[in-house]
Design a protein around this ligand. Structure first.
Ligand code: GUN
Length: 295
């Protein structure tokens, strides 16, 4: 069984990204990333802090806006518009999910698609669906594709089952795996909590992408011998023995399935570090596109 080391692969992506940032710096350009958080969800706060910290470590111009839960739709739109106009900011991310009174779709549509490093804007969703490489691809599925590539897991002609149909992971993951060419060409099924006979569907997979957000949702009965498993879940479960009172577990019961897998990502240390690495990579891409080389 191959344990796919997301931390090591993310470190490699960060080094590549750092080299591209150095090349931009030589032209006097510093990639800028703005991360916006509304409200005080503890997990979102932790993600936003680490995005901001990693961006600063790579020498980016990093803007972190932590807004109160009482922020109105109009106030949030004003913040997005200000960031759209700021030439020092190449990438904008509004952490999802916002509080319930916020119309998230409207906020996403307000982000300049050229700064939408999350790949959530309809223009970028459309470009992904149309195989147009000038858009941005959402960071988590992009990270999963890179993990498969780095782990040497063939996708061509193989059966991939994605469990979960979110806009952030499931849907873009399906589009990526069904693309023509290397890293794609898979036969893709998207299953979800309402799928009939879920276990049989997932058992048919050579590659399982688990993205349902439920702790240990998939167990031994779901995983065929020799499958590769990418576990996107990062779920907090109470654990009085853990220093913080909780621990993180995936959507897959790692201990129950590890023996039968050809390869599997751990939680933590699998997909999680890749998401931030891909975000920073997308931000450098945005900065490069805003500053094309002459000629
Ligand atoms: N919430 C969970 N994952 C993500 C992500 O990739 N981007 C944003 N903006 N919010 C998220």
């Amino acid at each position: 069984m191959q344990r796919i080391d997301g931390a090591a692969i993310a470190a490699k992506v960060l080094e590549e990204t750092r080299a591209r940032a150095v090349a931009l710096a030589e032209r006097g350009i510093r990639p800028g990333l703005a991360v916006v958080l509304v409200g005080d969800d503890m997990a979102s706060r932790a993600y936003v802090r680490s995005k901001d910290r990693r961006a600063a470590e790579l020498g980016f111009h990093s803007v972190k806006k932590e807004l109160p839960a009482s922020t109105t739709q109009a106030e949030l739109l004003a913040v997005v518009n200000e960031l759209n106009r700021d030439p020092a900011v190449h990438g904008i991310l509004v952490q999802s999910p916002p509080p319930p009174h916020i119309d998230e779709a409207e906020i996403v549509r307000a982000i300049d698609p050229c700064k939408d490093v999350d790949g959530f804007h309809p223009v970028n969703v459309g470009k992904l669906a149309m195989d147009d490489p000038t858009g941005f691809v959402p960071c988590t599925p992009l990270g999963c594709i890179r993990l498969l590539a780095e782990a040497g897991i063939e996708t061509t002609g193989r059966r991939a089952v994605i469990v979960g149909r979110s806009m952030i992971v499931g849907k873009p993951m399906a589009l990526l795996l069904m693309r023509k060419g290397v890293g794609g060409d898979a036969t893709v099924t998207v299953a979800h909590s309402r799928s009939r006979d879920l276990a049989a569907i997932v058992r048919s997979a050579d590659i399982v992408i688990a993205a349902v957000g439920r702790p240990h949702f998939l167990g031994a009965e779901h995983i065929r011998e020799g499958a590769a498993v990418i576990d996107v879940g990062i779920n907090r479960v109470d654990d009085s023995a853990a220093p913080k009172g909780y621990r993180l577990v995936g959507d897959v019961d790692y201990d129950a399935v590890a023996d039968r897998c050809a390869a599997i990502t751990p939680v933590p240390g699998g997909v999680g570090p890749m998401t931030i690495a891909m975000l920073l990579s997308n931000t450098v891409t945005a900065a490069e596109r805003f500053n094309p080389r002459p000629g």
